[in-house]
Design a protein around this ligand. Structure first.
Ligand code: FES
Ligand code: FES
Length: 150
């Protein structure tokens, strides 16, 4: 076991991890942030997407020990001060059905809009290319993101 420190959603936390502990599992099971999901465990679905030092990453592909002294933001952290405009659009436009993909897609789309507030539809599709949704056919998700354009 190694002692590490992770800043999760603005709070510095100390915890012990095994060398092979996966970051996604540690965030969910040891740190209590349940929004990142395990859809595939091999980097394909994007359900586990989080911000690591401000960049979206798939947390199933990262060892927890690699996140020592790093800053993580999950969906819980994005909503700390109320829903973002994007989240409100997702809700009001009924973008999701089961919602399993929603946390990862929200992180990926937030990253896009932070860097490119006026994306084209192709930009949005590209930004979500690593996030699978098995329910919606993507149209209501894309519509909500496009409606956030400045
Ligand atoms: S669980 Fe990480 S990409 Fe699917
Ligand atoms: S809403 Fe069910 S997987 Fe996307």
């Amino acid at each position: 076991m190694s002692k590490i420190h992770i800043i999760l959603n603005g709070e510095r936390r100390s915890l012990h991890v095994e060398p092979n502990d996966i970051l996604l599992d540690v965030i969910r099971d040891k740190m209590g942030a349940k929004s990142p999901k395990c859809g595939c465990d091999r980097g394909d679905c994007g359900a586990c997407t989080i911000f690591l030092n401000g960049k979206s990453v798939k947390s199933c592909n990262i060892l927890a020990i690699e996140a020592d002294e790093q800053e993580i933001v999950t969906l819980e952290g994005l909503s700390e001060n109320g829903l973002t405009k994007l989240q409100e659009k997702f809700i009001n436009m009924n973008s999701f059905q089961c919602g399993f993909c929603a946390p990862g897609i929200t992180i990926a789309a937030t990253e896009l809009l932070n860097h490119n507030p006026n994306p084209t539809l192709d930009d949005v599709k590209e930004a979500l290319s690593g996030n699978l949704c098995r329910c919606t056919g993507y149209t209501p998700i894309l519509d909500a993101i496009m409606s956030c354009k400045k």
